[in-house]
Structure formats: structure tokens, C-alpha cells
Design a protein around this ligand. Structure first.
Ligand code: PHE
Length: 451
């Protein structure tokens, strides 16, 4: 059954496809809003550490497992784990659940991006006035019908892409357009940095106030690191299953990590100087990007055109990430339940459509529906990024470090001895055996106030 899987045709193609999953609303929307909400530089610092010391090793071994087994997130553990240890399969099931939870709010935000394409064209968001910007955003998200409709547009678009079997083609387009997004971000940074009063934004972003680094902040940063690199839930595992035998996995993962980080940082530099220069609120949360990015564009000649292109590119980037999210449940349903890709896709989209309703209504009808003090949108985000992905990360590390073992790890990560990276492999082994799972566990328990 797994023998007939598609694969990527070139090693560079693998790199770009993996980047296509990593780069998305996480860079443009989630990173800036969380950085703003959690006090700026201190959060950024923890996020950087979490990415380097925790997320990168997990990414390497998760991808490796996928390539070794060439199967979906559940079948993989059946193939590589002894039969008696059935519990490793829970990684796949948690990933399945995480994919649905993430999609429930991610499709909502993607819907806002689609809506903003039209608002950019109409000129409605061409303003540098925080009040007007907040009004426009508020009007969009507090209207239950428009929130739901935009979310469904996203689900229909991405669902059709999967059903028509053109996801590879779309991903290819998305990748080609990524450099353009990068350039637009550079333009935004240049403008934002030259606004009078911009330095305060740089101070906010780069000069840490250590008192602001609480356990909850650390957990959020860790969750973001997992979310950003699409790890801990089987996405990278599924992608690894399409990797080439001669792909240098540690190198690819490191490159993806750096590329992904630079895009997030550019988004941060485009946003925070403008936030302070134009009088926005850094802790605005999910609305931050939708208010400040248009404001920066408005201060550029020809801004409306650029703004439109920017939201189109962000929408396309979100499609790349969404396709990789959908891949987890679709691969599990079709390969394990023999559903066929079409039916598996329909089923997945319908499930997300249902779960997405309370998320999409979180700024209107379900705003007061608080569970653990969070509305459904925040709850889904919290449960997936801050609980399920780190848990999945711990299990993946424990599995590779204690069951899979060093000899196999060496064989896989060195491509059967063809790469001379023994020292690196041993470092990864040491990290995932002790350091990574222990630090995730500490941050998780501390952040959830278990101790
Ligand atoms: N990494 C993607 C982003 O930042 C989101 C994602 C998370 C994709 C988990 C797949 C799996 O937008």
C-alpha cells in the first residue's frame, strides 16, 4: 500500500515544499500578534531558543521517521514500533485531532485575509487611523454571517484543490510566489522603519524585559515554535514520507527553519515600528496585522495596489500551509480506512466546517462561551499549539530516543553512511533523548500550572 506513494522529484523541490507547509499565517499573523500580546522581545527570545533547541531536533527526527516508514502518521508507528507498544500510535491520532482543531481557527483567519483582498481593492482599509482600522476589522469579525461565509469560501477553495488532485500544482505556484511576498515584506520594513517614532518599535521587538517572561509566555512561545514548523502532529512526518532517499534531512530542516524565521522577523519589523509610530496597540491580538499592515501600505505611494497584492500573496501562502494540514487527516482516512482520497477529503472538510462554526463566531455569538476562560477560537488554538503539538513532540522524541535507537537513527540521518555527519547525529540523539523531551515537559507542566 505505501509503495505507490508520490514523491518529490528534486532535493530543492523538497526544500521548497517543506517551506510551503511551514510558511503561512503563522508568520504573517500569529507570530506578530503573539509577540505583541506577550510583551515583545522577551517572547521573541524564548521563541528563538525554543525553535533552535526544541523544534529543530523534533523536526529532524519527525521528518526522518516519515521517510523511514513512508506512511501516514499512524501507520508509521505500527511499522517501526514493536507490536506491543500500541500507544505510540496515539501520536498519529493526536495529530489528526490537532489538524482539525488548527484548521477550525486557521480557516477563519484565512477567511479574513480573503475578505481583506476585496477591502484593499475598494480602498476601505486605506487608512492610518487606528480607530477606523479597528472599526473595519470589528465589522468583519463581529458579523456572524460574514465570518462563516468567508470561512466556508476558504474550505471550499482548499477542499476543491485537494479533490481535483491539483494540490501539487497549487503548491508549485505558491512556492514561485513566495519570493514576491518576501520582497513586499522588505518594502514594508523599509517604510515602517522610516516612519517618525519607529525606533520604539525596534526597542519593543529587540530589547527584552526579562520580567515579562512568565511560564505562560514560555509555553506560548514553545507552542508557536511547533506550530511554525508544522511539527508534533504528523505533518512533517507525512511530508518526510515523500522525501528522497538522498535528501540531507538535517540540512533541509535547518534551512527551512532559518528561512521561516526570517519571514517571521521581517513581518515583525514591518509591523512593530509602525505600531508605535502610528499609535496602534501592540497587544491588539488577532486584529493587529489586519490594522497595521494596511496602515503601512497607506503611507506608501501606490499603496492600494501593493496592499492588494500583499493580501493575495498571504492568501496563497495560507493555502500552501492548509494543504499540508489537510494532508494529515486525509492520508490517515484514505490509507487506513480505505476511503479513497476524494471521500477522505470531503469528510475532513465537513468535520472542519462543523468545528469551525464556534471558532468563526468567537467575536460574535460564541464570544461569551468561555471554556477555561477562553472563547472557542482561542481554546482551539491553545489546545492544538500549546498542548497537543508539544505532547506529540515529547512522544516523538521519546520514541526515537528510546525505542528507535541510535543505530537506526545514524543509518537514516546519514543516508546509509553517505553523509559524514556523525557528530551532528549524536548531538541530535542526545538532545531528543534527554534535553528536548524534558524541556518540553517542564514548560508544558509549568505553563499549564500543573506545578
Ligand atoms: N506552519 C503553518 C503556519 O505557520 C501552520 C501549520 C501548522 C501547518 C501545523 C501545518 C501543520 O502557517
Amino acid at each position: 500500500m505505501p509503495a505507490k506513494r508520490d514523491g518529490f522529484t528534486s532535493t530543492f523541490g523538497v526544500l521548497l515544499a517543506t517551506l510551503g507547509s511551514a510558511v503561512g499565517l503563522g508568520n504573517i499573523w500569529k507570530f506578530p500578534s503573539l509577540t505583541g500580546l506577550n510583551g515583545g522581545a522577551g517572547f521573541l527570545l524564548v521563541y528563538l531558543l525554543a525553535t533552535l533547541l526544541v523544534a529543530l531536533p523534533v523536526m529532524i527526527v519527525e521528518t526522518m521517521l516519515g521517510r523511514a516508514a513512508r506512511a501516514n502518521a499512524i501507520t508509521t508507528f505500527e511499522q517501526v514500533a514493536p507490536r506491543s507498544q500500541w500507544w505510540w500510535k496515539s501520536i498519529g491520532w493526536m495529530g489528526f485531532l490537532a489538524a482539525l482543531l488548527i484548521m477550525a481557527f486557521y480557516s477563519d483567519v484565512a477567511g479574513w485575509v480573503y475578505a481583506y483582498i476585496f477591502k484593499a481593492i475598494s480602498g476601505e482599509i486605506s487608512t492610518t487611523d487606528p480607530k477606523v482600522a479597528a472599526e473595519v476589522f470589528g465589522k468583519l469579525v463581529s458579523n456572524p454571517l460574514s465570518s462563516l461565509l468567508w470561512q466556508w469560501v476558504v474550505l471550499v477553495v482548499t477542499g476543491s484543490i485537494i479533490m481535483l488532485g491539483v494540490s501539487k500544482g497549487i503548491e508549485a505556484v505558491a512556492r514561485k510566489l513566495m519570493p514576491l511576498l518576501f520582497i513586499l515584506l522588505l518594502v514594508l520594513c523599509a517604510r515602517s522603519l522610516t516612519l517618525p517614532g519607529a525606533t520604539q518599535g525596534l526597542v519593543f521587538l529587540f530589547s527584552p524585559d526579562f520580567a515579562k517572561i512568565t511560564p505562560a509566555v514560555m509555553l506560548t512561545a514553545l507552542g508557536l515554535a511547533f506550530f511554525k514548523l508544522s511539527i508534533g502532529m504528523g505533518t512533517m512526518l507525512t511530508y518526510g514520507s515523500y522525501f528522497r532517499e538522498d535528501q540531507n534531512i538535517p540540512l533541509t530542516a535547518t534551512r527551512v527553519m532559518f528561512a521561516d524565521l526570517s519571514i517571521s522577523l521581517l513581518a515583525g519589523i514591518a509591523i512593530f515600528p509602525a505600531v508605535f509610530a502610528l499609535g496602534f496597540e501592540p497587544a491588539a491580538g488577532p486584529s493587529l496585522v489586519f490594522m497595521t499592515i494596511p496602515a503601512v501600505f497607506t503611507s506608501i505611494p501606490g499603496g492600494t495596489v501593493f496592499m492588494t497584492i500583499f493580501f493575495v500573496l498571504t492568501a496563497i501562502a495560507s493555502v500552501g500551509a492548509i494543504l499540508s494540514l489537510l494532508e494529515v487527516p486525509v492520508a490517515i482516512l484514505s490509507e487506513r480506512f480505505g476511503l479513497g482520497r476524494k471521500r477522505a477529503s470531503v469528510f475532513t472538510i465537513l468535520a472542519i466546517g462543523l468545528m469551525g462554526v464556534p471558532a468563526a463566531l468567537s467575536q460574535s455569538l460564541t464570544a461569551e462561551l468561555k471554556i477555561f476562560g477562553m472563547n472557542p477560537f482561542d481554546l482551539f488554538d491553545f489546545l492544538s499549539s500549546n498542548v497537543l503539538l508539544p505532547l506529540g513532540g515529547i512522544l516523538i522524541c521519546l520514541f526515537v530516543g528510546w525505542v528507535y535507537g541510535l543505530p537506526q537513527l545514524e543509518k537514516q540521518l546519514s543516508n546509509d553512511g553517505k553523509l559524514h555527519n556523525q557528530a551532528l547525529i549524536r548531538t541530535v540523539y542526545f538532545l531528543i533523548r534527554y534535553v528536548t523531551p524534558l524541556s518540553i515537559a517542564a514548560v508544558l507542566l509549568h505553563g499549564l500550572k500543573v506545578f
